[in-house]
Write a new protein. Structure first.
Length: 527
């Protein structure tokens, strides 16, 4: 009977938090901050993973944030049915969040490579589960603190620390976690932060836990799992990327701007470069793309002493430009110093670009192209725009009317520019919208396309303030693919590549292009 009374007295103390000491109180406040930090970081991780794999960052982050906040609301609502053992339930939720959140990015990468059709359902499951669990934690902690201090103070403390934690997580992810650890290992580390928080709470509040031994066992088991994944994170990343890229990954860089992956096919010795999961070039046929990008604009009459390359951090376009002895100056603008450093130091890249980035005629500016052309500076005889496709709103601005108007100010009145413009077959409306936008900026255009096996049919637009006569094109440097005959043929478009009857202008305030690009790709997929 005495034993039963003692047990009943112990259970009655489990949910009595009025006598928490100062250290326990501070632990709860820190837990609130950690919950917010980890929650916002998981949200950023899932949005970034989906952007890497599917493109269109605005679309991916909007859906991730929307469903995450909705799921947090569900978790907060469900918390009203948690009537007792508040601290134990909080610890249990922390353990589950650590395990699910810590494995989310690796699972998504593997799902995309092995079971592509299931990616979206699994992504939403992760978002809703993590969001609901994070939403469940805050009300539990608020109710615990309200027993120690006035409800007014507890709510103020919870919300203020929640916002501070969210700030720390949102700043640390792009500046520290992503560039230093990469996407997958960063996820494991955030999971470890969650589980260490659970373990500390078990230690500080063991007298308030009904089953401290079980909680401790679950927490340490989860810790071992996450430590194992963290230790073998590099191998797991390579395994996931091997299934994503098929060829052997021989170099990978996570920068504040993008993820650069360089692969090699062991049988053919063919190199490929990917940025955020999108192929940039294949060694086997990159000469077709870069010769077609550079030589038509360089082969038109007029001075060609001062050249500007926007993008092209791989140095392959610069390699072609340096074939012209009269070129005196090349300015290459690429926002990512890791890209230009890799392309000027990695042996395979130096071989491919013929050491172009080390040439004394070339100066590298690691700056945003949009801001660079908006500055006062020299006028260039030829401007070559070698940017990725407009698969996000950030890239869409580099195909906007405002951008082209700024470029006009940096272009010699008798000069020419060329821009890669995606595919007139696969993204037909996108391709011709770029031409229409150039024209809306007051430029004359001439369009052409080539066949690049790695990409398919690919298109470019020449532009100038004067009319362009492609029959004046003169090729007087050695090439592997391009000839005057092939360029003349490239200006002829088949019926299924001709422009649509109505075209819109892509502007900064109305960035229609990246939405149009996504719709073009969806149309091709449906067909």
């Amino acid at each position: 009977m005495q034993n039963e009374n003692h047990q009943a007295e112990h259970l009655s103390r489990l949910d009595n938090y009025q006598e928490l000491n100062q250290r326990q109180f501070v632990m709860l406040l820190l837990s609130i901050m950690v919950v917010a930090l980890c929650g916002i970081t998981y949200e950023l991780i899932i949005g970034t993973t989906s952007t890497y794999l599917l493109g269109n960052s605005v679309y991916q982050f909007s859906l991730t944030i929307g469903f995450f906040m909705f799921a947090m609301g569900i978790g907060s609502y469900l918390s009203k049915w948690v009537l007792k053992h508040l601290l134990e339930n909080f610890v249990l939720v922390e353990i589950v969040v650590a395990l699910i959140g810590g494995l989310c990015s690796l699972t998504l990468f593997l799902t995309y490579s092995a079971l592509n059709a299931l990616y979206n359902p699994i992504m939403y499951i992760f978002i809703i589960l993590i969001g609901a669990l994070v939403g469940l934690e805050i009300p539990l902690l608020t109710r615990i603190l309200s027993q120690k201090e006035m409800i007014r103070k507890s709510i103020a403390n919870v919300l203020s620390l929640d916002y501070v934690g969210a700030l720390i997580g949102s700043v640390a992810f792009p500046l520290l976690l992503l560039p230093q650890l990469g996407l997958i290992r960063a996820t494991f580390v955030i999971g470890l932060i969650n589980i260490f928080t659970a373990i500390l709470n078990i230690h500080y509040f063991k007298e308030h836990l009904a089953r401290p031994r079980l909680m401790r066992t679950l927490a340490y088991a989860t810790l071992l799992i996450l430590v194992g994944f963290t230790v073998y994170g590099s191998w797991l990343t390579r395994y996931a990327e091997h299934h994503l890229y098929m060829d052997q990954v021989i170099s990978e860089l996570q920068t504040p701007y993008q993820r650069i992956v360089f692969t090699q096919n062991n049988e053919s010795q063919n190199y490929r470069m990917y940025i955020d999961g999108h192929i940039q070039f294949s060694q086997r046929d990159e000469h077709r793309y870069h010769e077609s990008l550079v030589h038509p604009v360089m082969g038109l009459p007029g001075p060609r002493k001062q050249i500007l390359i926007l993008g092209g951090g791989d140095g392959l376009a610069a390699r072609e430009i340096l074939k012209y002895p009269e070129v005196e100056l090349i300015h290459l603008v690429d926002i990512d110093p890791a890209m230009t450093r890799f392309s000027s130091e990695f042996p395979a890249m130096v071989t491919m670009n013929a050491g172009s980035l080390r040439n004394p005629k070339l100066t590298i500016f690691n700056a945003d192209a949009f801001n660079f052309v908006n500055q006062i500076g020299i006028q260039y005889d030829r401007i070559i725009i070698d940017m990725p496709d407009p698969h996000s709103e950030v890239l869409s601005k580099l195909y906007s009317r405002e951008f082209y108007v700024m470029i006009k100010k940096r272009l010699n009145p008798h000069g020419y520019l060329v821009t890669q413009s995606s595919s007139p077959f696969f993204t037909r409306r996108t391709y011709w919208t770029i031409a229409h936008t150039l024209q809306a900026a007051g430029l004359n255009t001439a369009s052409y396309h080539v066949d690049v096996p790695s990409f398919g049919v690919w298109g470019f637009h020449l532009a100038a303030m004067a009319a362009i006569n492609t029959q004046q094109f003169k090729l007087d440097v050695p090439t592997r693919y391009l000839t005057s005959t092939t360029l003349a043929a490239a200006t002829v478009f088949a019926n299924d590549m001709l422009p649509a009857t109505t075209l819109e202008v892509n502007t900064l305030l109305e960035p229609k292009l990246y939405t149009l690009y996504r719709e073009d790709l969806l149309d091709i997929a449906v067909q």
